[in-house]
Design a protein around this ligand. Structure first.
Ligand code: SF4
Length: 460
């Protein structure tokens, strides 16, 4: 286990932004925005001679970046757009006409960026991360200024030369880097998980308790808006697959069968599909922990609110428990499909969902049951590949969100059925296995669309 404590904010894990992919859309947009800001601060003698901006995409950003809209996200970032405030309709319109270029201020001049400046590189690039982008300010063939970024999943980025997080910048009251350490903190200080998570979050963000609660409520509302929008929308999703939206049909069916035993699953399927279809359409979603997996927790939280009628405080506590699990996976393995395959995205979301349900169902939040639920959630996604057809976050992604939520529900049932103490595998152990499995997995199965379903089905 790394010794450095977790200092990620809940609001960095759950980020609002446009779909379809946090690593391929939100991360690149943030990197391009950062590059724009840095270029604006360069001395005039570096800015002045520049006559071009070029963006080079490597790894799965290159392999599936077209289907994920990475080129549009990069242009948006260079235009100064930020994920949370981006208009998804305007984002989808970028680069629609290949003849149009977009103005980027560089000192006293304006450079123009178009499709010819975004390079989907096929050659391998020596980099510590699968998703690498290099942004350059150029004069003719010469590079005047360059930055290298890594999109590490969930919309998180690292700039070359900078640590992912700097533990010296934040001191959390209850440091932990693993579930073992988290449980030790809870026992030593006689805390509930809710209190520990809230206290650390206040230290990390400098927000008050009321401000953290308000922001959590807003996140839940963003999630539920995506569900509600998706339940209303019909038609075909963007891209060459021509996949029809299914959520409204399932929702109608569920309402018609509300007295049968299947209706509960149909409702959950409909909610998860609704948010995932919105993500696939480039709508505003919440990374949970990624955009590709942004249907699992919104589906479960919507179910918890609408069907189980949990109050606001319970939903908040559940989301904090989900965040704790997401942090542990991100810190000790990865939440990126390009690093872990789909077990890193849907597997993590399912474990987070299981922790959410378990916390909501137990007024005091039994940490052993939460751990058991999360462990079961990950254990039964180990080895799951990422092979999206055509590079679109649609097949298998959309249905996979529904399946991840249903597994989360069952993990919660298994963990709370009175036998949590019989649990043999710890959450730390399964996260370690996840990391090792991700390392052993061929890159063909890590968001490159070079194998699996991506090859067995041709684009329509
Ligand atoms: S298969 Fe899984 S990891 Fe890959 S893009 Fe789809 S949801 Fe993300």
């Amino acid at each position: 286990m790394p010794a450095s404590p977790i200092i990620t904010s809940v609001f960095d894990l759950f980020k609002v932004g446009p779909g379809p992919s946090s690593s391929h859309t939100i991360g690149p947009m943030k990197a391009a925005f950062d590059f724009r800001e840095r270029v604006a601060r360069l001395p005039a003698d570096v800015q002045q001679p520049a006559d071009g901006i070029h963006v080079h995409l490597y790894g799965s950003l290159s392999a599936t970046g077209k289907g994920h809209g990475t080129d549009r996200a990069v242009v948006a970032g260079l235009l100064g757009w930020q994920p949370e405030t981006t208009d998804p309709v305007a984002l989808l319109a970028l680069l629609r006409d290949p003849a149009v270029t977009y103005p980027v201020p560089v000192g006293s001049q304006t450079l123009f960026v178009g499709p010819q400046h975004i390079h989907f590189e096929r050659k391998r690039y020596a980099s510590p991360y699968a998703n690498t982008m290099v942004l350059r300010l150029t004069t003719g063939e010469q590079v005047c200024y360059e930055e290298e970024y890594y999109s590490i999943g969930g919309g998180f980025i690292i700039r070359k030369g900078e640590p992912e997080t700097n533990p010296d910048t934040v001191a959390v009251p209850y440091p932990y880097a693993s579930m073992t350490e988290l449980k030790a903190q809870l026992a030593q200080h006689s805390l509930t998980l809710d209190t520990l998570m809230m206290t650390n979050e206040m230290a990390i963000t400098g927000r008050t308790r009321a401000e953290v609660n308000t922001r959590i409520d807003q996140l839940l509302e963003f999630m539920h808006k995506a569900v509600r929008r998706g339940l209303r929308q019909t038609g075909v999703l963007p891209g060459t697959i021509k996949l029809s939206r299914k959520a409204p049909i399932l929702f109608k069916q569920a309402k018609g069968m509300s007295h049968t035993s299947d209706s509960f699953l149909l409702f959950l399927n409909a909610y998860c599909l609704a948010a995932s279809e919105e993500n696939a359409a480039g709508g505003i979603v919440v990374t949970a922990p990624t955009s590709g997996a942004s249907g699992v927790i919104p589906g479960l939280t919507y179910l918890a609110k609408q069907h189980f009628h949990y109050d606001r405080a319970t939903l908040r506590a559940g989301l904090l428990a989900a965040a704790a699990v997401g942090f542990l996976v991100k810190h000790n393995a990865s939440i990126s499909g390009a690093e872990m395959g789909c077990m890193g995205e849907i597997g993590t979301a399912s474990a987070m969902g299981a922790a959410f349900l378990t916390r909501c169902a137990q007024p005091t939040g039994n940490i052993n049951a939460i751990e058991a639920a999360a462990e079961i959630g990950i254990e039964h996604h180990l080895g799951m590949t990422c092979d999206p057809i055509g590079g679109y976050v649609q097949i298998p992604c959309i249905e996979r969100n529904a399946m991840g939520a249903i597994k989360a529900y069952n993990a919660f049932l298994l963990a709370t059925s009175g036998a949590a103490s019989f649990q043999k595998i710890s959450l730390d152990a399964v996260i370690k296995v996840m990391k090792a499995t991700g390392r052993d997995m061929s890159t063909k199965y890590k968001e490159t669309s070079e194998a699996g379903l991506a090859l067995s089905a041709t684009e329509c």
